[in-house]
Design a protein around this ligand. Structure first.
Ligand code: PLP
Length: 391
């Protein structure tokens, strides 16, 4: 810890714990203490830590070919792209390394597409209050949360912010310069905010009426987190562009931007690139992740355990109405909004061996691996109950 604090930028407030090993839903620190991980590296280890199939795929690929430039074709990249397009609205994929990069690519694509439609000044993108899209200048500018902007202004021009889940406000914000709408189907960092059932349909309709691209940021909620492969599949709408990262390669760094063909065609050789994007090892891991999500029982487990967990949290809400305001979520992304600060609760859980998270000060966020078992959820519920009982 001392070496980290002395030698690494202080950009993270870390817990005083050094993690050295992980397996399934558990991680261990350097003293051998076990933790139940209900954060999954912030929605990254959806299949649990060090899933054997992911490890095998990455190891096998490492022995064959670790990296070549994108001047060449590679098999794992082709295979992962085929699995993604074959199981989504999209026709083509651009690979990168992170969520911010995937969104950066999407924003560039939206501007290029708009220009190629002959719209010189149509470059504005509408995004939502409490969104989170990344920390690069474009994605920071797209992120409609003041606290992330402070100290970095002036931001990139061309963004307009409206409240999430308010189709009327969105309609009012559309103007002659708008080229796209970017949103998370369910907001993660912004407090696990789920849309009304018909909101995304209204957004789609509005985009169609005005010739706007609809971009879904599924960096946090994609790859099975909500109980379907992609969150948009719950709502009966399809975007024109979607971004993925986090759980895409089972813990290895990978991001992707997916798009319909007529949109993807706006990019030509030289438009956009990434040295490591589509790295064979990460792609091989991604193929293993997709195969498991498509053919195993993980999504089913996510749905049933999500319902079970939500019921348990709801029943805590009934018993502690002065502390718990609301419980919301889908599948295994669940938020519990409190009337009090959540920091101390997270620390107490950690001390007692369960990793949870708090976002926006008062919203406890639960993101267990999608392979989580009933007994593990019971353990978490019991711990929360004992904490609330003492408050
Ligand atoms: N988009 C969403 C919805 C996210 O939740 C995040 C990260 O939390 C990002 C983008 C940024 O991803 P990354 O940290 O990989 O750049």
């Amino acid at each position: 810890m001392r070496i980290t604090n002395e030698n690494i930028f202080q950009t993270y407030s870390r817990y005083p714990v050094t993690l050295v090993r992980g397996k399934g839903t558990k991680v261990w620190d350097e003293r051998g203490k076990e933790y139940l991980d209900f954060l999954s590296g912030i929605a990254v280890c959806n299949l649990g830590h060090c899933h054997p199939a992911v490890v095998r795929a990455a190891q096998a690929q490492m022995k064959k070919l670790i990296h070549v430039s994108n001047f060449f074709y590679t098999e794992p990249q082709a295979e992962l792209a085929r699995l993604l397009t074959g199981n989504s609205f999209a026709d083509q994929v651009f690979f990168c390394n992170s969520g911010a990069e995937a969104n950066e690519s999407a924003l560039k694509l939206a501007r290029k597409f708009s220009l190629q439609q002959g719209n010189q000044n149509r470059y504005e993108v509408i995004t939502m209050h409490y969104s989170f899209h990344g920390r690069t200048f474009a994605t920071l500018s797209a992120t409609a949360q003041k606290k992330f902007h402070t100290g970095f202004e002036p931001l990139l021009p061309g963004f307009r912010y409206v409240p999430f889940n308010d189709a009327g406000a969105l309609k009012k914000a559309v103007n002659k310069n708008t080229c796209a709408v970017l949103l998370e189907p369910i907001q993660g960092e912004g407090g696990v905010n789920c849309p009304d059932d018909d909101y995304l349909k209204k957004v789609r309709k509005l985009c169609d009426e005005h010739g706007l691209l609809l971009i879904f940021d599924e960096v946090q909620v994609g790859m099975g987190r909500t109980g379907k492969l992609f969150a948009y599949q719950h709502y009966g709408v399809e975007p024109d562009i979607m971004t993925l990262a986090k759980a895409l390669a089972g813990g290895l760094p990978a991001g992707a931007m997916l798009a319909k063909k007529h949109v993807a065609e706006s990019f030509s050789p030289g438009s956009h690139a990434s040295t490591f994007g589509g790295n064979p090892v990460c792609m091989a891991a991604g193929v293993a992740v997709m195969e498991i999500l498509l053919h195993g029982t993980v999504l089913e487990n996510c749905r049933s355990m999500g319902t079970y967990f939500m019921q348990g949290l709801e029943s805590l809400k009934q018993r502690y109405p002065s502390i718990i305001k609301v419980v919301r979520g889908k599948g295994l992304i669940i938020g519990m909004e409190l009337t009090i600060e959540g920091k101390e609760i997270v620390s107490t859980c950690l001390k007692q061996g369960i990793i949870i998270n708090c976002t926006l000060d008062k919203i406890l966020r639960f993101l267990p691996p999608l392979i989580v078992k009933k007994q593990e959820i019971d353990r978490c519920l019991k711990m929360l109950e004992s904490i609330f009982a003492k408050l």
